[in-house]
Write a protein that binds this ligand. Structure first.
Ligand SMILES: O=P(O)(O)OC[C@H]1O[C@H](O[C@H]2O[C@H](CO)[C@@H](O)[C@H](O)[C@H]2O)[C@H](O)[C@@H](O)[C@@H]1O
Length: 383
């Protein structure tokens, strides 16, 4: 189901930005912010909301369809295409790949285009670097994947852009040489910004190993609210077996992967009902997860532009950004790269789905192969 076309759904996908100005953010010191953060009206989104009391949409089949189709159960999708007999699913996947060719089989085409260009690499975490698992706290990446990411980052500036809190994703990845954006891009720790336009709402900080970095948190004003919402959602959902609420600092995830399907409507309904008290927050939908986020014109696409600008790589014809991700929130980044043919989005998916990406990879193991291929290509082209 295409949630974008269903404005009556309580789960809102990211609407088009109301204001196209890219970084129109003024500085101010907010009363309860620990960091220097600032807001421009351009950063706030107007989200159409249902009137209180109208919960029919939560019970409707479209809502349930969206919850069901939000992510395949990971156990069902582990297949070896070389040994499994071709079936209907495989056939439709291969047809879909005509539109989203494999980044591995199209590798030569990608590198031909990349010749003479500087690649900047953006990687989502869950479902891209680590396989989807039932327990979000145990979504570890393999040692082999970490080695592949470490290696690729030696040759190309590399950033992780995740829905997780920045600290959590750093803990999982554990590589100090990367740039990190957590909370769907609302918490960016990047390089000191000699190239970037003056942006006073960036603050200087140091990362874990003590390197000087820049911190950009456009939603810092929301911190107390998100904290309060997190605690309330833990309470509200505690009777629903399997529900898990995760604090991602500037957003909150309500996981239903381990909830019996019969209770999904009840869960969605209570979250939706509760959020009516918070008109400055919105609900989006990820892989078996409801995500509570500030109503802010900021997303993973904006985060990509921000990191590129920080690195002095924006508006350069000789830069090729590549973004690899599996989730609906990664579409914002794919859109940014597709616009003006700036770079390549690569969708990680084992099943056909519409995307703004150019290429596809089936699962994290293919992501790892792609990263390794980039390194091999880079080394050989330097000879
Ligand atoms: O942007 P990402 O790095 O992909 O983060 C998106 C969400 O990922 C995590 O949830 C997903 O992965 C879990 C572990 O495999 C899985 O159990 C869950 O069902 C998935 O939705 C993370 O826990 C969320 O907070 C992120 O928002």
């Amino acid at each position: 189901m295409d949630l974008k076309s269903n404005h009556s759904s309580p789960v809102l996908t990211d609407p088009a930005p109301l204001n196209k100005s890219r970084f129109g953010i003024h500085s101010s010191v907010l009363p309860y912010s620990t960091t220097v953060a600032a807001f421009s009206p351009a950063l706030f989104l107007t989200i159409p909301r249902k009137k209180p009391g109208l919960l029919d949409d939560v019970r409707s089949s479209s809502w349930l369809d969206a919850m069901k189709s939000s992510s395949p159960t990971h156990k069902k999708i582990i297949k070896d295409p070389s040994t499994e007999p071709a079936n209907d699913n495989e056939f439709s996947y291969r047809s879909w790949m005509l539109k989203y060719p494999s980044a591995l089989t199209s590798f030569e085409q990608i590198t031909n285009y990349a010749k003479g260009k500087r690649i900047a690499l953006f990687l989502d975490y869950d479902g891209t670097l680590s396989p989807i698992v039932d327990n979000p706290d145990r979504a570890f990446m393999s040692h082999a994947m970490r080695a592949a990411v470490r290696n690729v980052a030696k040759y190309f500036p590399t950033a992780i852009i995740s829905g997780r809190s920045r600290d959590k994703v750093y803990e999982f990845v554990g590589l100090a040489e990367l740039y990190y954006a957590g909370s769907h891009g609302m918490d960016i720790m990047g390089p000191v910004r000699p190239f970037a336009k003056s942006r006073t709402n960036c603050i200087s900080s140091t990362d874990k190993p003590g390197k000087e970095v820049n911190l950009f948190q456009p939603a810092s004003e929301f911190l107390p609210m998100i904290d309060e919402v997190f605690r309330s959602l833990v309470e509200i959902t505690k009777e629903i077996k399997g529900a898990q609420v995760e604090n991602n600092k500037f957003c909150v995830s309500v996981h239903y992967r381990n909830v019996d399907e019969k209770s999904w409507t009840a869960l969605a309904q209570s979250v939706h009902e509760f959020l009516k008290n918070y008109p400055r927050l919105r609900l989006t939908h990820g892989r078996k997860v409801l995500e509570v986020r500030p109503v802010l014109n900021w997303d993973k696409g904006k985060a990509v532009e921000f990191v590129l600008e920080s690195l002095g790589l924006s508006n350069c014809d000789d830069v090729l950004p590549i973004y690899i991700g599996d989730d609906r929130t990664d579409e914002d980044a794919f859109k940014v790269l597709r616009g003006g043919n700036r770079g390549y989005g690569i969708l990680v998916s084992s099943m056909p789905k519409e995307s703004n990406a150019f290429y596809s990879l089936r699962d994290p193991s293919e992501v790892m192969d792609f990263l390794k291929s980039l390194v091999t290509w880079k080394k050989s082209s330097a000879l």
